[in-house]
Design a protein around this ligand. Structure first.
Ligand code: ZN
Ligand code: ZN
Length: 361
Protein backbone atom coordinates (compact mmCIF):
# COMPACT_ATOMS: atom_id res chain seq x y z
CA UNK A 1 0.00 0.00 0.00
CA UNK A 2 2.97 2.29 0.62
CA UNK A 3 3.74 2.35 -3.09
CA UNK A 4 0.31 3.84 -3.82
CA UNK A 5 1.29 6.95 -1.85
CA UNK A 6 4.66 6.91 -3.64
CA UNK A 7 2.88 6.87 -6.99
CA UNK A 8 0.83 9.89 -5.94
CA UNK A 9 4.01 11.70 -4.86
CA UNK A 10 5.51 11.00 -8.29
CA UNK A 11 2.59 12.94 -9.85
CA UNK A 12 2.77 15.91 -7.50
CA UNK A 13 5.00 18.13 -9.62
CA UNK A 14 2.57 17.82 -12.57
CA UNK A 15 -0.59 18.37 -10.57
CA UNK A 16 -3.00 21.32 -11.02
CA UNK A 17 -2.57 21.91 -14.78
CA UNK A 18 1.15 21.37 -14.47
CA UNK A 19 1.80 24.01 -11.84
CA UNK A 20 2.68 21.31 -9.31
CA UNK A 21 2.35 20.98 -5.54
CA UNK A 22 4.52 20.01 -2.57
CA UNK A 23 1.93 17.99 -0.68
CA UNK A 24 -1.57 16.74 -1.34
CA UNK A 25 -4.53 16.65 1.02
CA UNK A 26 -6.82 13.71 0.23
CA UNK A 27 -10.34 14.03 1.63
CA UNK A 28 -12.45 11.69 -0.52
CA UNK A 29 -13.04 8.64 1.69
CA UNK A 30 -12.59 6.09 -1.10
CA UNK A 31 -9.29 7.71 -1.99
CA UNK A 32 -8.21 7.81 1.66
CA UNK A 33 -9.02 4.13 1.86
CA UNK A 34 -7.07 3.36 -1.30
CA UNK A 35 -3.99 5.17 -0.02
CA UNK A 36 -4.04 4.25 3.67
CA UNK A 37 -6.25 1.17 4.15
CA UNK A 38 -8.69 3.00 6.44
CA UNK A 39 -12.34 1.97 5.96
CA UNK A 40 -14.10 4.24 8.48
CA UNK A 41 -16.36 7.19 7.72
CA UNK A 42 -14.23 10.14 8.83
CA UNK A 43 -10.64 10.45 7.70
CA UNK A 44 -8.20 12.39 5.55
CA UNK A 45 -4.59 11.99 4.46
CA UNK A 46 -1.73 14.37 3.75
CA UNK A 47 0.90 13.00 1.39
CA UNK A 48 4.17 14.45 0.16
CA UNK A 49 7.77 13.28 -0.45
CA UNK A 50 8.52 13.56 3.27
CA UNK A 51 4.96 13.54 4.57
CA UNK A 52 2.54 10.72 5.41
CA UNK A 53 -0.12 11.87 7.85
CA UNK A 54 -3.54 10.35 8.47
CA UNK A 55 -6.28 12.30 10.27
CA UNK A 56 -9.36 10.90 11.97
CA UNK A 57 -11.42 11.59 15.09
CA UNK A 58 -11.44 9.82 18.47
CA UNK A 59 -14.21 7.40 17.44
CA UNK A 60 -11.82 5.74 15.01
CA UNK A 61 -8.73 5.64 17.20
CA UNK A 62 -8.68 1.84 17.48
CA UNK A 63 -9.94 1.03 14.00
CA UNK A 64 -7.37 3.30 12.42
CA UNK A 65 -4.58 1.78 14.52
CA UNK A 66 -5.39 -1.59 12.97
CA UNK A 67 -6.13 -0.48 9.42
CA UNK A 68 -3.94 2.46 8.52
CA UNK A 69 -0.64 1.70 6.79
CA UNK A 70 2.07 2.05 9.46
CA UNK A 71 4.13 4.43 7.32
CA UNK A 72 1.49 7.07 8.13
CA UNK A 73 1.66 9.16 11.27
CA UNK A 74 -1.84 9.09 12.80
CA UNK A 75 -3.46 12.19 14.24
CA UNK A 76 -6.61 11.79 16.30
CA UNK A 77 -8.48 15.09 16.27
CA UNK A 78 -11.17 15.92 18.78
CA UNK A 79 -13.60 17.77 16.58
CA UNK A 80 -12.51 19.23 13.27
CA UNK A 81 -10.63 16.69 11.20
CA UNK A 82 -8.32 19.27 9.68
CA UNK A 83 -7.67 21.49 12.70
CA UNK A 84 -4.12 20.13 13.03
CA UNK A 85 -3.33 20.38 9.34
CA UNK A 86 -1.21 23.53 9.62
CA UNK A 87 1.02 21.79 12.20
CA UNK A 88 2.09 19.04 9.81
CA UNK A 89 2.58 21.01 6.61
CA UNK A 90 6.12 21.44 5.34
CA UNK A 91 7.92 24.61 6.39
CA UNK A 92 8.25 27.61 4.10
CA UNK A 93 5.50 28.39 1.61
CA UNK A 94 4.12 24.99 0.67
CA UNK A 95 1.82 24.50 -2.28
CA UNK A 96 -1.01 22.29 -0.98
CA UNK A 97 -2.99 20.33 -3.54
CA UNK A 98 -6.58 19.43 -2.71
CA UNK A 99 -9.32 17.42 -4.42
CA UNK A 100 -11.41 20.24 -5.81
CA UNK A 101 -13.85 17.86 -7.49
CA UNK A 102 -14.67 15.92 -4.33
CA UNK A 103 -14.52 18.69 -1.74
CA UNK A 104 -17.59 20.61 -0.65
CA UNK A 105 -17.54 24.39 -0.90
CA UNK A 106 -17.84 24.48 2.87
CA UNK A 107 -14.74 22.30 3.44
CA UNK A 108 -12.78 24.36 0.92
CA UNK A 109 -13.70 27.56 2.79
CA UNK A 110 -12.78 25.93 6.10
CA UNK A 111 -9.45 24.85 4.64
CA UNK A 112 -8.63 28.43 3.66
CA UNK A 113 -9.63 29.55 7.17
CA UNK A 114 -7.36 27.01 8.88
CA UNK A 115 -4.29 27.88 6.86
CA UNK A 116 -2.43 31.14 6.91
CA UNK A 117 -1.35 33.00 3.80
CA UNK A 118 1.93 31.17 3.54
CA UNK A 119 0.09 28.15 2.11
CA UNK A 120 -0.83 28.21 -1.56
CA UNK A 121 -3.84 26.05 -2.46
CA UNK A 122 -3.69 24.13 -5.75
CA UNK A 123 -6.83 22.58 -7.28
CA UNK A 124 -5.58 19.06 -8.10
CA UNK A 125 -8.43 17.53 -10.11
CA UNK A 126 -8.60 13.76 -9.51
CA UNK A 127 -5.08 12.26 -9.49
CA UNK A 128 -6.03 9.47 -7.05
CA UNK A 129 -8.93 8.37 -9.26
CA UNK A 130 -6.43 8.08 -12.11
CA UNK A 131 -4.17 5.87 -9.99
CA UNK A 132 -7.14 3.75 -8.91
CA UNK A 133 -8.11 3.15 -12.54
CA UNK A 134 -5.02 0.95 -13.00
CA UNK A 135 -5.68 -2.18 -10.98
CA UNK A 136 -2.98 -4.04 -9.08
CA UNK A 137 -3.00 -7.86 -9.29
CA UNK A 138 -4.47 -8.10 -5.78
CA UNK A 139 -7.29 -5.75 -6.69
CA UNK A 140 -8.04 -7.69 -9.86
CA UNK A 141 -8.24 -10.90 -7.79
CA UNK A 142 -10.88 -9.33 -5.54
CA UNK A 143 -12.96 -8.05 -8.46
CA UNK A 144 -12.68 -11.47 -10.10
CA UNK A 145 -13.86 -13.19 -6.92
CA UNK A 146 -16.78 -10.76 -6.53
CA UNK A 147 -17.76 -11.40 -10.16
CA UNK A 148 -17.59 -15.18 -9.73
CA UNK A 149 -19.87 -15.27 -6.74
CA UNK A 150 -22.33 -12.86 -8.39
CA UNK A 151 -22.39 -15.10 -11.48
CA UNK A 152 -23.10 -18.16 -9.33
CA UNK A 153 -25.97 -16.36 -7.64
CA UNK A 154 -27.62 -15.51 -10.96
CA UNK A 155 -27.22 -19.09 -12.18
CA UNK A 156 -29.33 -20.14 -9.20
CA UNK A 157 -32.00 -17.64 -10.31
CA UNK A 158 -31.89 -19.07 -13.83
CA UNK A 159 -32.52 -22.58 -12.45
CA UNK A 160 -35.59 -21.46 -10.52
CA UNK A 161 -37.17 -19.54 -13.40
CA UNK A 162 -38.63 -16.07 -13.70
CA UNK A 163 -42.22 -16.24 -14.96
CA UNK A 164 -44.77 -16.01 -12.14
CA UNK A 165 -42.38 -14.51 -9.62
CA UNK A 166 -42.40 -10.84 -8.81
CA UNK A 167 -39.46 -8.66 -9.76
CA UNK A 168 -38.96 -7.95 -6.04
CA UNK A 169 -38.85 -11.70 -5.21
CA UNK A 170 -36.23 -12.32 -7.86
CA UNK A 171 -34.12 -9.37 -6.68
CA UNK A 172 -34.38 -10.53 -3.05
CA UNK A 173 -33.40 -14.09 -3.97
CA UNK A 174 -30.49 -12.85 -6.06
CA UNK A 175 -29.21 -10.64 -3.25
CA UNK A 176 -29.61 -13.40 -0.66
CA UNK A 177 -27.73 -15.74 -3.01
CA UNK A 178 -24.82 -13.33 -3.24
CA UNK A 179 -24.68 -12.89 0.54
CA UNK A 180 -24.83 -16.66 1.08
CA UNK A 181 -21.79 -16.98 -1.20
CA UNK A 182 -19.82 -14.51 0.86
CA UNK A 183 -20.69 -11.07 -0.51
CA UNK A 184 -20.32 -8.48 2.23
CA UNK A 185 -22.62 -6.10 0.42
CA UNK A 186 -24.08 -5.19 -2.91
CA UNK A 187 -22.38 -3.01 -5.50
CA UNK A 188 -25.78 -1.28 -5.94
CA UNK A 189 -29.47 -2.12 -5.54
CA UNK A 190 -30.16 -4.91 -8.02
CA UNK A 191 -32.32 -4.21 -11.06
CA UNK A 192 -34.92 -6.77 -12.13
CA UNK A 193 -37.17 -5.18 -14.75
CA UNK A 194 -39.61 -7.04 -16.98
CA UNK A 195 -41.43 -5.99 -20.15
CA UNK A 196 -42.00 -2.23 -20.54
CA UNK A 197 -40.41 -1.59 -17.12
CA UNK A 198 -37.09 -2.73 -18.62
CA UNK A 199 -37.10 0.41 -20.76
CA UNK A 200 -36.05 2.36 -17.65
CA UNK A 201 -32.26 1.85 -17.38
CA UNK A 202 -32.36 2.31 -13.58
CA UNK A 203 -35.65 0.56 -12.85
CA UNK A 204 -36.45 -0.44 -9.26
CA UNK A 205 -37.85 -3.99 -8.79
CA UNK A 206 -41.64 -3.94 -8.32
CA UNK A 207 -44.13 -6.19 -6.56
CA UNK A 208 -45.31 -7.10 -10.03
CA UNK A 209 -45.34 -10.61 -11.48
CA UNK A 210 -43.07 -11.32 -14.39
CA UNK A 211 -45.27 -12.58 -17.20
CA UNK A 212 -44.38 -15.35 -19.60
CA UNK A 213 -42.80 -14.20 -22.85
CA UNK A 214 -41.21 -10.98 -21.63
CA UNK A 215 -37.71 -9.60 -21.76
CA UNK A 216 -36.30 -9.31 -18.23
CA UNK A 217 -33.29 -7.07 -17.54
CA UNK A 218 -31.24 -8.12 -14.52
CA UNK A 219 -28.33 -5.89 -13.44
CA UNK A 220 -26.53 -6.99 -10.29
CA UNK A 221 -23.21 -6.82 -8.48
CA UNK A 222 -21.56 -8.10 -5.32
CA UNK A 223 -19.15 -6.35 -3.02
CA UNK A 224 -16.33 -8.49 -1.67
CA UNK A 225 -13.27 -7.36 0.32
CA UNK A 226 -14.03 -3.76 -0.59
CA UNK A 227 -14.31 -4.34 -4.35
CA UNK A 228 -17.36 -4.38 -6.60
CA UNK A 229 -18.62 -6.42 -9.51
CA UNK A 230 -21.15 -5.30 -12.12
CA UNK A 231 -23.00 -7.32 -14.75
CA UNK A 232 -26.25 -7.22 -16.73
CA UNK A 233 -28.06 -9.95 -18.60
CA UNK A 234 -31.42 -9.78 -20.34
CA UNK A 235 -33.36 -13.04 -20.28
CA UNK A 236 -36.56 -14.17 -22.00
CA UNK A 237 -39.30 -15.51 -19.71
CA UNK A 238 -40.79 -17.52 -22.60
CA UNK A 239 -41.29 -17.07 -26.34
CA UNK A 240 -40.63 -13.54 -27.54
CA UNK A 241 -41.93 -11.55 -30.48
CA UNK A 242 -39.63 -11.72 -33.52
CA UNK A 243 -39.09 -7.96 -33.26
CA UNK A 244 -37.72 -8.40 -29.73
CA UNK A 245 -35.34 -11.15 -30.79
CA UNK A 246 -34.06 -8.94 -33.62
CA UNK A 247 -33.27 -6.10 -31.22
CA UNK A 248 -31.56 -8.55 -28.84
CA UNK A 249 -29.21 -9.49 -31.66
CA UNK A 250 -28.51 -5.81 -32.34
CA UNK A 251 -27.54 -5.21 -28.70
CA UNK A 252 -25.38 -8.34 -28.66
CA UNK A 253 -23.64 -7.27 -31.86
CA UNK A 254 -23.08 -3.79 -30.38
CA UNK A 255 -21.67 -5.33 -27.20
CA UNK A 256 -19.23 -7.46 -29.20
CA UNK A 257 -18.21 -4.39 -31.23
CA UNK A 258 -17.64 -2.50 -27.98
CA UNK A 259 -15.48 -5.35 -26.64
CA UNK A 260 -13.40 -5.41 -29.83
CA UNK A 261 -12.79 -1.66 -29.47
CA UNK A 262 -11.58 -1.85 -25.85
CA UNK A 263 -7.77 -1.73 -25.90
CA UNK A 264 -4.98 0.31 -24.33
CA UNK A 265 -4.65 3.73 -25.97
CA UNK A 266 -8.23 3.86 -27.31
CA UNK A 267 -10.28 6.82 -26.11
CA UNK A 268 -13.45 6.27 -24.08
CA UNK A 269 -15.29 8.11 -26.85
CA UNK A 270 -14.06 5.83 -29.62
CA UNK A 271 -14.96 2.67 -27.71
CA UNK A 272 -18.44 4.07 -27.12
CA UNK A 273 -18.73 5.03 -30.79
CA UNK A 274 -17.85 1.51 -31.95
CA UNK A 275 -20.84 0.01 -30.12
CA UNK A 276 -23.12 2.95 -30.78
CA UNK A 277 -22.60 2.70 -34.55
CA UNK A 278 -24.21 -0.77 -34.53
CA UNK A 279 -27.26 0.49 -32.62
CA UNK A 280 -27.56 3.60 -34.77
CA UNK A 281 -27.38 1.57 -37.97
CA UNK A 282 -30.28 -0.58 -36.73
CA UNK A 283 -32.42 2.54 -36.31
CA UNK A 284 -32.23 2.75 -32.50
CA UNK A 285 -30.00 5.82 -32.12
CA UNK A 286 -32.55 7.44 -29.79
CA UNK A 287 -32.89 4.31 -27.66
CA UNK A 288 -29.35 4.10 -26.22
CA UNK A 289 -29.26 7.01 -23.81
CA UNK A 290 -26.29 6.13 -21.60
CA UNK A 291 -22.59 5.60 -22.09
CA UNK A 292 -20.96 2.32 -23.12
CA UNK A 293 -19.30 1.67 -19.76
CA UNK A 294 -17.36 2.75 -16.71
CA UNK A 295 -14.49 1.68 -14.51
CA UNK A 296 -15.23 -0.62 -11.55
CA UNK A 297 -13.20 -1.09 -8.37
CA UNK A 298 -13.62 0.28 -4.85
CA UNK A 299 -16.62 2.08 -6.32
CA UNK A 300 -18.98 0.59 -8.87
CA UNK A 301 -18.70 3.71 -11.02
CA UNK A 302 -15.18 5.08 -11.27
CA UNK A 303 -12.58 6.05 -13.85
CA UNK A 304 -12.25 5.59 -16.76
CA UNK A 305 -15.54 6.51 -18.47
CA UNK A 306 -16.49 5.11 -21.86
CA UNK A 307 -19.06 7.50 -23.28
CA UNK A 308 -19.71 10.16 -25.90
CA UNK A 309 -18.50 12.87 -23.54
CA UNK A 310 -15.59 10.97 -21.97
CA UNK A 311 -12.11 12.45 -21.86
CA UNK A 312 -10.63 9.14 -20.62
CA UNK A 313 -8.17 6.96 -22.48
CA UNK A 314 -8.34 3.22 -21.87
CA UNK A 315 -5.16 1.87 -20.29
CA UNK A 316 -3.72 -1.54 -19.61
CA UNK A 317 -4.84 -2.56 -16.11
CA UNK A 318 -8.26 -0.88 -16.28
CA UNK A 319 -11.33 -2.84 -15.22
CA UNK A 320 -14.33 -1.53 -17.16
CA UNK A 321 -17.85 -2.51 -18.11
CA UNK A 322 -19.06 -2.81 -21.69
CA UNK A 323 -22.83 -2.36 -21.53
CA UNK A 324 -24.78 -1.09 -24.50
CA UNK A 325 -28.56 -1.14 -24.31
CA UNK A 326 -31.67 -0.44 -26.34
CA UNK A 327 -34.68 0.92 -24.47
CA UNK A 328 -37.94 1.18 -26.36
CA UNK A 329 -40.35 3.25 -24.23
CA UNK A 330 -43.57 1.43 -23.42
CA UNK A 331 -42.28 -1.83 -24.91
CA UNK A 332 -39.06 -3.34 -23.49
CA UNK A 333 -35.42 -2.81 -22.63
CA UNK A 334 -32.34 -4.89 -23.42
CA UNK A 335 -28.88 -4.40 -21.91
CA UNK A 336 -25.90 -6.74 -22.02
CA UNK A 337 -23.04 -5.88 -19.68
CA UNK A 338 -19.71 -7.63 -19.20
CA UNK A 339 -16.98 -6.68 -16.79
CA UNK A 340 -13.56 -6.82 -18.46
CA UNK A 341 -9.91 -6.45 -17.54
CA UNK A 342 -7.86 -4.54 -20.12
CA UNK A 343 -4.64 -6.32 -21.07
CA UNK A 344 -2.12 -5.42 -23.76
CA UNK A 345 -3.88 -7.98 -25.98
CA UNK A 346 -7.35 -6.52 -25.43
CA UNK A 347 -10.12 -7.25 -22.96
CA UNK A 348 -10.21 -10.32 -20.74
CA UNK A 349 -13.88 -10.92 -19.93
CA UNK A 350 -14.39 -11.59 -16.23
CA UNK A 351 -18.13 -12.29 -16.47
CA UNK A 352 -18.93 -15.96 -17.14
CA UNK A 353 -22.72 -15.97 -17.71
CA UNK A 354 -23.54 -16.70 -21.38
CA UNK A 355 -24.68 -13.83 -23.59
CA UNK A 356 -26.82 -15.47 -26.21
CA UNK A 357 -30.56 -15.04 -25.60
CA UNK A 358 -31.53 -17.52 -22.89
CA UNK A 359 -35.10 -18.47 -22.06
CA UNK A 360 -35.62 -18.75 -18.33
CA UNK A 361 -39.24 -19.82 -18.07
ZN1 ZN B 1 -24.62 -2.89 -14.18
ZN1 ZN C 1 -22.44 -0.82 -15.11
Amino acid sequence: MTDRADRLVAELDQIGDGSGADVMLVTSLQNVRYLTGYTGSNGAALIGPETRVFFTDFRYQEQSAVEVDPTFQRRIERADLLEGLADVLPAGQPRLAFEDGAMTVRTAARLRELLDDRVELVAAGDPVERLRAIKEPGELDKIRAATELADEAVREIMEHGLAGRTERDVADALEAGMRRRGAQGLSFDSIVASGPHGALPHATPREVQIERGQLVVIDWGAELDGYCSDCTRTFASGDLADSEEIVYDVVLEAQLAGLRAVAPGVSGRDADAAARAVIDAAGHADHFGHGLGHGVGIEVHEAPRLSQRSDSTIEQGNVVTVEPGVYVPGAFGIRIEDLVYVTSEGPEILTSVPKQLITVG
